[in-house]
Design a protein around this ligand. Structure first.
Ligand code: TLP
Length: 352
């Protein structure tokens, strides 16, 4: 019996490098990046800064390292960082923001992942000897746990105004900022100009095997370079990581639109299946959150039954499952997934 190809919708992080990327790795011009001598890294860092309208950039190993390096370069131990209560930095980074950066995270709840100027204003307490000094506001764009929702340039500008009025910096976890830019058909600079510094990931929808870039002013990047060293992230012939990154920036950004179209198709199909709910307002980029509450079974059962059908999805909370489209997921995979999801949903309901 021929095994069916698995449809992996757990994350865009599972996307594999292209042939061109693997060839670029093989032929990359290399040097020791701790000495600043890797020409491929230098080229990528310069490209990233230019593309996003900032002065400088720094290649790091992962999105988590980018967030930690950035928070440590923006704020000192004992200070306070305001972030969204479902943010990746708060949920998924093993507590690094407090355990390593030594900051007090101050989570703010939102409906769709972006705080309103009023939410933010309310979270900023007056300076007082009892309170930690607030230094930093973090936004996530697109917002992972809210289902790939976008913080628009207008929203970022409003957040920036409030932060500036209180002397706070704004940092953006822009792991998927190119998804936001492509979805709104807006230059990425329209987003980045409202934040002091930010990061984006190469290893998600852009299909690279490794790497993220921290981007900001020259001063900030100099501090970040030192923090990266403290964290053990100074890399040597890192051109092998940078080479596919260059290809990604040159050729992989516009195709994110395909992932968004596929996500919409998948979401619309799931929304039609009985006892599965999708909040279509959240389907703005390449993610879909499915509410399985009406099925009345545990989510892990739904996920494991789908796995038996060759469809991989991830659990993101009680009664909430996440599906992510990416390069390698085509229309035929969407159709296969929809058939399997409908079959599993009706079987679970029947057996329940
Ligand atoms: N997110 C991963 C998991 O960790 C949940 C995923 O599959 O989506 N910021 C955001 C907004 C992210 O979504 C992620 C990864 C990161 C940072 C961290 O990036 P990595 O995994 O490279 O450390």
């Amino acid at each position: 019996m021929q095994l069916k190809e698995v449809v992996d919708l757990r994350s865009d992080t599972v996307s594999l490098p292209t042939k061109e990327m693997l060839q670029a790795i093989q032929h990359a011009e290399l040097g020791d990046d701790v000495y600043g001598e890797d020409p491929t890294v230098n080229k990528l860092e310069q490209m990233a800064a230019e593309r996003t309208g900032k002065e400088a950039a720094l290649l790091v190993a992962s999105g988590t390292m980018a967030n930690l390096t950035s928070t440590m370069s923006n704020a000192k131990r004992g200070e306070l960082v305001i972030l969204e209560s479902q943010s990746h930095m708060y949920w998924y980074e093993a507590g690094g923001v407090s355990a390593i950066a030594g900051l007090l995270p101050w989570p703010v709840k939102t409906s769709y992942g972006v705080f309103s100027p009023e939410d933010l204003e309310a979270a900023i307490r007056p300076r007082n000897i009892h309170f930690p000094e607030p230094t930093l506001v973090c936004v996530e764009n697109t917002h992972n746990r809210h289902g790939g929702t976008i913080a628009t340039p207008k929203q970022l500008s409003e957040i920036g105004d409030v932060a500036q009025a209180h002397g706070l910096r704004v940092y953006m976890d822009g792991a998927r900022i190119f998804n936001a830019a492509v979805a709104l058909k807006t230059d990425v600079k329209e987003f980045t100009k409202h934040v002091d510094n930010f990061m984006f990931c190469l290893s998600k929808g852009l299909s690279c095997p490794i790497g993220s870039l921290v981007v900001g002013t020259q001063d900030f990047i100099e501090r970040a370079r030192r923090v990266r060293k403290v964290l053990g992230g100074g890399m040597r012939q890192a051109g092998v990581i940078a080479a596919p990154g260059i290809i990604a920036l040159e050729t992989m950004v516009n195709r994110l639109e395909e992932d968004h179209k596929n996500a919409k198709l998948l979401a619309e199909g799931i929304a039609k299946i009985e006892r599965l709910n999708v909040d279509m307002e959240r389907v703005q980029t390449n993610m879909i959150l499915v509410d399985t509450t009406p099925l009345g079974v545990t989510d892990s059962l739904f996920v494991s039954q789908l796995k038996e059908e060759g469809i991989l999805v991830s659990l993101v909370g009680k009664d909430k499952v996440r599906l992510v489209t990416h390069r390698g997921i085509e229309k035929e995979h969407i159709e296969r997934s929809l058939t399997a999801i409908a079959r599993v949903a009706s079987k679970l309901h029947r057996d329940n």
